[in-house]
Design a protein around this ligand. Structure first.
Ligand SMILES: Cc1ncc(COP(=O)(O)O)c(C=O)c1O
Length: 460
């Protein structure tokens, strides 16, 4: 349908008619866009014919890689059978039922019921409504405050954006949705004090939750919300002491715990959900992205029996839902995607192969003059670019050098994302040693090219 367009024409039309997410539109128009036309396994191709190694799984999404025929066939078959029906009026359909049972089986603990949406933002909005509604049903309507972390990303809708801790998102939300507080994020490299060990910092960051609960009054607190690994915030991996202490505090004050697993769900850390990896016991898990490996939008929140029982105990509607809650085609594709992940043993493979391969790859660059720290967990990794390694000092105009570096990566044929001056990666779960070797060559070249651009700004 779009083959009739030449790439120059597409670029022109894009500039005229398409507003992009999280984008400086003036500079986009000045610099132009790159048109992606095809994907296959770990690679994508642009309209100039360049093959690019997709180090971001699209956007933390394509866990099984690009262009899997089985997923396309599944969507096609489901469209022929039942392309759409709603789940509002005491109706259901086979894909949503079977997927819900499958998710309940894969999710940890007593998380047994699923409420669906089409994006991570929507699922977090649903979670926020469920959390607050739960406390009303329990006769404690004052419990409205949800404590989250600075630099968290929970989505772009007004509620999810307010729950997130991104200052630049807050600055354009007029006004912020009420009832959220943000504590320090567990980012040892950027937030710890001189000489503070990761273990001590992890405890300090977690205890900020208790301090905040006490500051606002425990009787007003509904929940704590966090991504097991902050992704869009810069792949911030909490020290080992952090999550056990968070769980202890959540339990002590009897508040609900929302784990936003939109990035970490479906194998990224070598477990189906990162909650399992960290031994935490959330009452709600939000998911999206890799549920379908991005082949079609689908998200949801899986809730535990505490919340489901509270809903069942009341003879009243929960007044919330989306036209596409439990979309049949999306659910069928999700089921097929989970089947592929299981059949190809992609989750244990992350533990056995992907995670150590990524850690080994990144460690090769820790002594590069531009690199302050490398870190990874599962198939999430980050490289910190700094002007002064010893003092952990950033470059002036935070984000500038990250963009320079990202452009070198792009030109060299490997996509890493820049979060300010932190280069982050989230490869698909299917990478073999060939892709890790390819990535190594590009990282070396991209870092050296960036170094050449900013050498004059480096500490002596
Ligand atoms: C942890 C997390 N939560 C929520 C979202 C929002 O998801 P969506 O963009 O599908 O609304 C994202 C998106 O990157 C995310 O990383």
């Amino acid at each position: 349908m779009t083959n009739q367009y030449q790439s120059a024409q597409l670029k022109e039309l894009d500039a005229l008619h398409h507003l992009h997410p999280f984008t400086n539109h003036r500079s986009l128009r000045a610099g132009g866009v790159r048109i992606m036309v095809r994907g296959d396994g770990p690679y994508i191709w642009d309209s100039e014919g360049q093959r690019v190694l997709d180090g971001m799984s699209g956007l933390w999404t394509a866990n099984v890689g690009h262009n899997r025929k089985e997923l396309a066939d599944t969507a096609y078959q489901q469209m022929l059978e039942l392309a759409y029906y709603n789940t509002f009026f005491r109706t259901t359909h086979p894909p949503v039922v079977v997927l819900s049972r499958k998710l309940a089986e894969l999710a940890p603990g007593h998380l047994n019921q699923v409420f669906y949406g089409s994006s991570g933002s929507e699922s977090n909005d649903t979670a926020i409504r469920l959390i607050r509604h739960y406390w009303v049903l329990k006769g404690e309507p004052k419990r409205r405050i949800i404590i989250s972390r600075k630099h968290a990303y929970h989505g772009s809708t007004i509620a999810a954006g307010s729950m997130g801790g991104m200052a630049h998102v807050h600055a354009q939300t007029y006004p912020l949705y009420e009832g959220f507080r943000h504590i320090i994020d567990p980012y040892w490299y950027g937030e710890s004090e001189q000489g503070e060990s990761p273990a001590d910092f992890g405890l300090r960051a977690a205890r900020a939750l208790e301090a905040e609960i006490l500051a606002v009054g425990p009787e007003n607190v509904a929940a704590f919300a966090g991504e097991p690994v902050q992704g869009a915030g810069g792949v911030k991996i909490a020290p080992e002491t952090y999550w056990p202490e968070i769980q202890r505090i959540v339990d002590k004050y009897g508040i609900l715990f929302l784990a936003d697993e939109v990035i970490t769900g479906f194998g990224r850390l070598g477990t189906w959900f990162a909650s399992e990896h960290y031994g935490i016991r959330p009452n709600l898990i939000t998911f999206a992205k890799a549920a379908t490996s991005g082949y079609i939008p689908l998200s949801g929140v899986i809730v535990d029996d505490t919340i489901a029982d509270a809903l069942m105990a009341h003879d009243d509607d929960f007044n919330h839902g989306y036209t596409f809650s439990g979309h049949p085609v999306a659910c069928a594709v999700a089921l097929k995607n989970l089947e592929i992940i299981e059949q190809e043993r992609l989750v244990p493979r992350v533990k056995e192969f992907g995670a150590p391969a990524l850690a080994t790859l990144l460690a090769k660059f820790k002594d590069h003059p531009l690199v302050g720290e490398v870190r990874s967990v599962g198939l999430l990794g980050a490289i910190e670019l700094v002007a002064d390694k010893r003092a952990r000092r950033r470059f002036a105009d935070l984000g500038r050098v990250g963009l320079i570096c990202r452009d070198h990566f792009f030109r060299e044929g490997f996509i890493m994302r820049a979060v300010f001056d932190t280069m982050v990666t989230a490869p698909p779960l299917i990478w073999t040693q060939t892709q890790f070797d390819e990535a190594e060559g590009v990282i070396a070249r991209a870092l050296d090219l960036t170094l050449a651009d900013v050498a004059g700004e480096l500490a002596a």
